[in-house]
Design a protein around this ligand. Structure first.
Ligand code: FPP
Ligand code: MG
Ligand code: MG
Length: 387
């Protein structure tokens, strides 16, 4: 990246751990069934962005300096009151962005934090957690590419094209199974529950995506609060849940105080929301060559993501098209034109920026460290990414 001078390279801080990541996962994925062995390893290659394990490792480092919990501090509950759904409860198209920003500003205290000397590295359990998140992600991609009938991923034939649908599904299941073995070996019930719930959420998010609109949406009107609630809820489940719960897991394994466990979770949740919003935006703005996977695919797949939903606020004629999943001839082209003529892409970017700055506010609660700086840089990188 030409202007990367302003940013540290987040990878460099956990370079040693990241180098061994792929090798370690391959060791966990060995199978006597040769075709299973190679199909399961297919999406665990170096071309991946590895953003989830990177988050886990950096969060692990950042948590090193945070105050430790008392021995008998009970496991804290996830604060559902700041779920993405609540953001839009008092929805007003004009102030959707400021509502989100305010609700978070109120929750984040900017208490001063002391700088502590950095010492040792990441715990073995935290490295295992990083591997587990990447295995779960790889499993979800294998299944996703079957569901989406994808032809490419990361610039090469997708798993379903290379190994077929049946083998892709089985390889995904195998990856999940091995991830569960690894999770069990952590001997940490709280982290096991968190990550198992993230797997459940991935499936729930994918099922929600099958329904484009909220059940209460009227196709003759424009997008409503329920429309956005449905979309953001889905986005949390399919993307932000694994990121947030694995960041939380890293903090739990570090044994830090509850407020830092919560901040780690909120950082991951907000970063994950920003990440997926940009993903949905790039589908409209970037070519397939740049993406390494099909572009403009969402409308083709019948999906109305944020750019189309914001456009729907302006153009009621998008409603029927969204409801029929752009199935009528010309729907995809018309919808693409209406999105281009609206400020849907711009609004999506603003929403992503808001989530990203929320993530920054949460990571700021941690004591200063190079890992914290890298996590702050990640909030900018998810916005700037082109693939
Ligand atoms: C990519 O989305 C897909 C996901 C983020 C999750 C997919 C989840 C499942 C298929 C449920 C099964 C889950 C497991 C754990 C086996 P996308 O299609 O929007 O992105 P893409 O453009 O990268 O394909
Ligand atoms: Mg897909
Ligand atoms: Mg999909």
């Amino acid at each position: 990246v030409p202007n990367s001078k302003a940013f540290s390279d987040p990878l460099s801080i956990v370079a040693a751990e990241m180098t061994s990541l792929t090798t370690n996962i391959h060791l966990l994925l060995g199978s006597g069934q040769r075709s299973l062995d190679s199909a399961a390893k297919y999406y665990v290659q170096s071309q991946g962005k590895h953003i989830r394990p990177l988050l886990v490792l950096l969060m692990s480092r950042a948590a090193l300096q945070a105050p430790k919990a008392d021995k008998f501090e009970p496991a804290s509950e996830i604060d559902e009151s700041i779920s993405p759904l609540d953001i839009l409860r008092d929805f007003n198209p004009a102030n959707i962005i400021s509502t989100i920003a305010t609700s978070v500003r109120e929750k984040v205290s900017s208490s001063a934090v002391e700088v502590v000397e950095e010492s040792t590295g990441v715990l073995p359990s935290q490295r295992r957690l990083a591997e587990i998140t990447e295995m779960i992600h790889a499993a979800s991609l294998l299944h996703d590419d079957v569901i989406d009938d994808a032809e490419t991923r990361r610039g090469v034939p997708s798993g379903n094209m290379k190994y077929g649908n049946k083998m892709s599904i089985l390889a995904g299941d195998f990856l999940l199974g091995r991830a569960c073995v690894s999770l069990a070996r952590l001997r940490n019930a709280e982290v096991t529950e968190l990550i198992s719930t993230a797997i459940v959420n991935l499936v729930e998010g994918e099922v929600m995506q099958l329904k484009n609109t909220a059940p209460e949406d009227s196709i003759t009107g424009v997008a409503t609060p329920a429309t956005f609630k449905h979309y953001l809820d889905k986005t949390y489940l399919k993307t932000a849940s694994l990121m947030s719960k694995s960041c939380r897991g890293a903090a739990v394994l570090a044994g830090v105080k509850g407020e830092f466990v919560d901040a780690a979770y909120e950082y991951g949740r907000n970063l994950g929301m920003a990440f997926q919003l940009i993903d949905d935006l790039l589908d409209y703005t970037v070519t397939a060559t740049e993406l390494g996977k099909p572009a403009g695919a969402d409308l083709q797949l019948g999906l109305a993501t944020a750019p189309a939903l914001f456009a729907w606020q302006k153009y009621p004629e998008l409603g029927p098209m969204i409801r029929r999943k752009f199935r009528q001839p010309g729907d995809v082209e018309t919808a693409r034109r209406l999105v281009a003529e609206s400020d849907g892409v711009e609004q999506t970017r603003i929403l992503a920026e808001t989530y990203s700055s929320n993530a920054r506010a949460y990571i700021n609660k941690f004591p200063d460290s190079s890992a914290k700086e890298a996590l702050i840089d990640m909030t900018q990188m998810v916005l700037n990414r082109k693939k």
